[in-house]
Design a protein around this ligand. Structure first.
Ligand code: ATP
Length: 324
């Protein structure tokens, strides 16, 4: 059995728009090992969601996926049939969306949805599926789980709905969980509870998790490894401790400087914000995509940046910072 659950090599996502082709994801490569948490971070619009949707084969119609290799547990997803993908999705790989109502059907009870998803994939009896649904609802911290089964999604609070979606994602015992900003739609206090729950379940059940977020504070707490995305590319990737202690790419350094730290103030009393705007994703980006916002930019940055790597697997794309 391979140690790598997800292999992404040379993944691109192009979206047809009235202004031309938008290259939302540009030739990215990363892998997720069994049982680890990889966080994909970056500002809004950098291509995080398109990456997760491309992996799950859930891209919108206008978007096209291309990859040298995209494999789940050694199985090449780009060559898999619709039937094979459907057998994996919601079963061996599951997704938690930003907004629970994306995944929950308002017309069916919670129980109906949890039970049907399980029976469909596992060929289980209604009683077995019901028992598992109650077990998982309790596991995600929902009291009176058996009674909740008869309720509809609109009868639950946002936090409870997100717990139900986590239970639904876990029903079939997935080996990989993709969570796309799973707490964005929730109140700040609930966000922390849900993230703690996810991190605890991931560890306890030994599931691999690809967690998408723009919050580096969360990443520092729960990631084993981090991949930093900027303008559709991964500009830096590595073990969490290395990346936080010694960020190599100026964009990663800028993001880390933006993390609120008690007692740290910045000139003018505001938290750090990286000045400037992300380049247009329509058409090619020549040279380093971050160079217009980088405080260290030099004429040489108009050349395509090389990829450097340290022995512990920290990789980055910046011509100004070599691995020596
Ligand atoms: N249906 C669409 N049609 C056209 N462009 C789109 C579509 N969906 C996304 N995009 C564009 O693709 C790029 C990547 O979007 P994506 O949703 O992956 O970013 P993201 O990093 O997940 O952002 P966020 O954190 O805000 O969810 C953005 O420029 C976005 O505007």
């Amino acid at each position: 059995m391979t140690d790598t659950i997800l292999e992404v090599d040379g993944l691109s996502v192009d979206i047809a728009t009235p202004r031309g082709t938008l290259h939302a994801v540009r030739d990215i490569s990363f892998s997720v090992r069994r049982g680890e948490t990889l966080c994909l971070v970056g500002e809004s619009g950098c291509g995080k969601s398109m990456t997760s949707l491309a992996i799950m084969d859930l891209l919108p119609k206008a978007a096209k996926r291309n990859a040298r290799r995209l494999a789940f547990a050694g199985q090449d997803l780009s060559k898999a049939s619709k039937r094979q993908i459907n057998a994996l999705r919601g079963n061996r790989m599951a997704m938690i969306f930003q907004e629970p109502m994306t995944a929950l059907n308002p017309a069916y009870t919670i129980g109906n949805q949890l039970i049907e998803a399980y029976r469909q994939h596992k060929n289980a009896s209604e009683a077995e599926a019901r028992e598992r649904a109650i077990f998982l609802l309790s596991k995600v911290g929902i009291a009176s789980a058996a009674e909740r089964l008869g309720q509809y999604p609109h009868q639950l609070s946002g936090g409870l709905r997100q717990r139900v979606m986590i239970a639904m994602a876990l029903m079939c015992g997935p080996e990989l969980l993709i969570a796309d900003e799973p707490t964005t739609a929730l109140d700040v206090t609930i966000q922390a509870q849900i993230l703690r729950l996810l991190a605890d379940l991931q560890r306890e059940l030994g599931i691999a998790m690809l967690l998408i977020t723009h919050d580096l504070g969360i990443v520092a707490r729960i990631a084993d490894r981090v991949a930093v995305m900027y303008a559709g590319q991964i500009v830096e990737e590595g073990p969490t401790a290395s990346l936080f202690q010694s960020p190599k790419h100026p964009y990663t350094q800028g993001l880390i400087d933006c993390i609120p730290v008690p007692g740290r103030t910045v000139p003018g009393g505001r938290l750090g914000v990286i000045p400037g705007v992300v380049p247009s994703l329509v058409g090619d980006i020549r040279g380093c995509s971050f160079r217009d916002r980088c405080s260290r930019t030099q004429p040489i940055c108009s050349q395509a940046p090389p990829v450097y790597e340290t022995p512990d697997g920290q990789r980055w794309r910046c011509i100004l910072e070599d691995a020596a």
